[in-house]
Design a protein around this ligand. Structure first.
Ligand code: NAD
Length: 478
């Protein structure tokens, strides 16, 4: 049984309150850990530690080389402990250990951190020159200050790194709050942060519920709030942050379309769309959720998707053959069942799956839905489960219009062998990432973020570092 307190100012610190949260393994339903639930007073201590660490310059005034080295050391320590971290992540989330936790999340998070360690040394000003007679101007990139970072439960460690990496590279100090049910890998990271020599107070990690998050958003010494979470939470945080005009960085929900043209390779579409729908049990903001097919290919795609989804091995996350684990919680499974029931009531057909698996753990069947109306909930809302909807379109304009016709704008894909058509149409899709003939891969160098109600601000890439900086104009009179 794991047990954690709060990581404040480089020390494991007891909460000022007595509440402790029990943390569950969703594959078994067993309680595997107990962690502190940070109170408002704890948030205050953590923010003050980050504030002191920011203003005494123990991080921002280190040379970029020294900052980069400490971040790189942290990545090396994650690499050293990757099996331990992946095991914990898998126990806490139900992710297949070999395929996702160890094979996907960990190597990618380590690569993300190494990217940001390099980016810490690339803080170039735009220019310096004489723009008015008798004056020299310089444009400096200054860190924003103390950042409150609030993470979701679907990729706990990776999302922590997506937040910490650019903030640290920019010279900010942070208070990170993982999601209530999945704090373990972020708390385990705290010991590595200490070992890497990142100064005390630069990264504070506090487990807690939504009220803890709200206290962080409301704290007057926090200059910026970075959230990865649902669109509903993003709206609440943006409204609260407006009170003190804090900067907000919002990575929110998604509802990715897969638009297939007549010349596409049906087997490729089925392989990519089915995997992108069930990966991480569909609890992925970029998951493939809506496949739009032309009439000529519709039947072939339907059959190919059914076959591909039938082949997905669902089960014990520690079995090497498992491709899909359980939902994160009973609540999430019940939520997805609600979407499926309402889709049926609205006239859609459950072509495959749609049911919970018997036994312990929150397992579910990969699901294909057909016959749903474009304006129905199952097409318009984020389900966050292994549920794919297949629909038909009339012509190219219709395909793009249907793809764009949701409140979200995080990711989309197009399948065609015609590169010219793909290039022309990719610009018409209002999504932050558009894949051609694939769906899901991301690179540390690539900016990741949304259009529309998927939020704004970028994760990964050099653009993410800029989000944590403010440009200052320094004007010198000769
Ligand atoms: P959520 O919005 O319920 O919670 C996210 C975090 O916000 C949690 O830590 C929670 O405690 C905190 N929170 C909730 N209410 C708050 C408040 N009022 N003030 C401050 N903090 C508050 O989201 P979730 O269910 O944990 O995660 C799933 C969502 O995250 C999905 O919508 C998914 O699409 C999105 N997501 C987006 C991306 C992206 O890159 N755009 C990546 C991963 C997940």
């Amino acid at each position: 049984m794991y047990s954690y307190d709060l990581f404040i100012d480089g020390q494991w610190t007891k909460s000022k309150g007595s509440a402790r949260a029990k943390i569950e393994n969703p594959a078994t339903g067993e309680i595997i850990a107990e962690v502190a639930n940070a109170t408002k007073a704890d948030v205050d201590r953590a923010v003050k530690a980050a504030h002191t660490a920011f203003y005494d310059g123990r991080w921002s005034k280190l040379s970029p080389g020294a900052r980069s080295l400490a971040m790189w050391k942290l990545a090396d320590l994650m690499e050293r402990d990757k099996e331990k971290l992946a095991r914990l992540e898998s126990e806490n989330t139900g992710k297949p250990y070999q395929l996702i936790a160890l094979g996907g999340d960990l190597p990618f998070a380590i690569d993300n951190l190494r990217f940001f360690a390099s980016a810490a040394r690339n803080n170039l000003g735009m220019a310096a020159g004489e723009y008015m007679p008798g004056y020299t101007s310089m444009f400096r990139h200054e860190p924003v200050g103390v950042v409150g970072q609030i993470a979701p439960w679907n990729y706990p460690l990776m999302m922590a790194i997506w937040k910490l990496g650019p903030a640290l590279a920019a010279g900010c100090t942070v208070v990170l709050k993982p999601a209530p049910g999945t704090p373990l890998s972020s708390l385990m990271l705290a010991n590595l942060i200490k070992e890497a020599g990142i100064p005390d107070g630069v990264i504070n990690i506090i487990s807690g519920d939504n009220a803890t998050g709200q206290a962080l958003v409301d704290h007057p010494l926090v200059r910026m709030v970075s959230l990865t979470g649902s669109t509903a939470t993003g709206k609440k945080i943006m409204a609260s942050a407006a009170e003190s005009l804090k900067r907000v960085h919002l990575e929110l929900g998604g509802k990715a379309p897969v638009v297939v043209f007549e010349d596409a390779d049906v087997e490729l579409v089925a392989a990519k769309a089915s995997f992108a729908a069930i990966m991480n049990t569909g609890q992925d903001c970029t998951a493939a959720t809506r496949v739009y097919a032309p009439k000529a290919l519709y039947k072939d795609i339907e059959e190919a998707l059914v076959e591909a989804l039938k082949e997905v091995t669902v089960g014990d996350p520690f079995d090497e053959t498992t491709v899909m684990g359980p939902f994160i919680s009973e609540t999430q499974r019940t939520r997805v069942e609600g979407f499926i029931d309402r889709a049926k009531k609205e006239g859609a057909t459950i072509r495959l799956g749609g049911k919970a698996k018997a036994g312990k753990g929150y397992f579910f069947e990969p699901t294909l839905i057909t016959g749903a109306k474009q304006k129905s909930e199952i097409i318009q809302s984020e389900v966050f489960g292994p549920v794919l909807v297949l629909a038909e379109y009339k012509n190219e304009d219709d395909a793009i219009a249907l793809g764009n016709d949701v409140p979200y704008g995080l990711a989309a894909s197009l399948f065609t062998k015609d590169v010219g058509r793909a290039m022309a149409l990719s610009s018409q899709l209002e999504f932050g990432t558009v894949w051609i003939n694939d769906h899901l891969p991301l690179a540390s160098e690539g900016p990741h973020g949304g259009f529309k109600q998927s939020g704004f601000g970028k994760d990964m890439s050099i653009e993410a570092v800029s989000d944590y900086q403010i440009t200052k104009h320094v004007m010198v009179k000769h």
